[in-house]
Structure formats: structure tokens, C-alpha cells
Write a protein of this length. Sequence first.
Length: 121
Amino acid sequence: MIFLTSTGENFFQLLFVLFVFVGIIALTYYVTRWIAGYQKTQGKCRNLQVVEAIRVANNKYVQIIRAGEDRFFVIAVGKDNITLIGELSSSELKEIGEQQNELLPPVDFKSIMNKMLKKEK
């Protein structure tokens, strides 16, 4: 009889620990989502926006920044400094985007998979 009581207590302790674990995971998920939403609204800036960034080296980036509605700046961002490289007009920026679309053909996932499957055989 004592063995059954001990087993029953262990079972309920296991259920309690599982319930607490699932509760903590759920709480962590919702708190993380809330913090992300809060930071998104706090960091929302209407006057400055990173349009595009490319990594040049470790801790070194070249970025295109939109300031206001129609001014674009190219800056170099390093570990300890930021350097203005130049300024672009909105028409130059659109031309760059159009050139990239012309150079890269559209990607067809099905054709890539077929090529990969044929290589394996």
C-alpha cells in the first residue's frame, strides 16, 4: 500500500513539473512576442531607414540610408566609425534595382530540384 502511494505521488509530481514546464515555455513565447512588438513600435522612425546593406568585411558594412523622403546617402560603417561615401538621388537608386533584376533570372524551385535529383542518379 505504501508503494502505491509513493508511485501516485511521483506521478502527480511529474505531471506538475510538466505543467509548470509547458507554462514557462508558453509564457516565454508570449513575453518574447510582446517585447518584439514593443521594440518595433519604439524603434519606428519615419525619417531614417536603412534601404540596403552589404557586408564588406568583418564588422564593416556599406549601407544606403534614406533620410526624409527623397535623400539617400551611402555610408561606410565600421566598428568604431561611420563615413559618408556619397549621396544618391531616388532615380539612381531605382536604376540600381532595375539593373539587378535584369542580371538575375527568376529562380524556379522546381527546375533546381529536378537538376539536383538528376545529379544524384
